[in-house]
Design a protein around this ligand. Structure first.
Ligand SMILES: [Zn+2]
Length: 163
């Protein structure tokens, strides 16, 4: 549906055709044309429909003619929309685990100890290494207590789903 204003604007383009209801006493006939034009899905559909009518008619169309052309344009637009929807790229699986839920990940493990209130506690931190460059760089600059480890892990996409 398009608004009455938009429909009237487009119907007005037919003024040049024979028998266009241009007299004030023909306002009921004009309203019928506008109502028929309002059946368009969008302003664009209606524009195309009116352009098609202007292209091959000398006489002003009847409401039924407008409805018919508008219906054709609506269908064409819906088919186009459906085709566009089909071509839309769908979100792929998780780039880390490809949807399996487990992925081999490499991380830099750092073991440190710290003294809290006279008690020595071990601390282990993990830093994930994403690219080969990062992994190479980490291997070259290992400090004491550091290790580069690869292993299968529950993928982060799974924990996101669980929470
Ligand atoms: Zn994943």
């Amino acid at each position: 549906m398009v608004s009455e204003t938009i429909a009237l604007e487009q119907v007005n383009r037919l003024w040049q055709l024979n028998y266009y209801p241009r007299d004030p006493e023909q306002s009921a006939a004009l309203r019928e044309l506008v109502t028929a034009a309002q059946g368009a899905d969008s302003e664009n559909c209606l524009k195309t429909a009116i352009t098609a009518i202007l292209y091959d008619s000398e006489d002003c169309p009847k409401p039924a003619d407008i409805r018919r052309v508008v219906r054709v344009e609506n269908e064409r637009e819906r088919e186009l929309e459906a085709a566009r929807e089909k071509e839309k790229p769908r979100p792929g699986p998780c780039p880390f685990c490809y949807g399996i839920g487990f992925a081999t990940r490499t991380y830099l493990l750092t073991r440190t100890t710290e003294e809290i209130d006279g008690e020595v506690k071990a601390r282990v931190t993990k830093k994930y290494l994403i690219s080969d460059e990062e992994i190479e760089a980490a291997k070259k600059s290992l400090a004491e207590g550091q290790e580069v480890i690869s292993g299968g892990e529950r993928c982060s996409c799974q924990t996101k789903m669980a929470s």
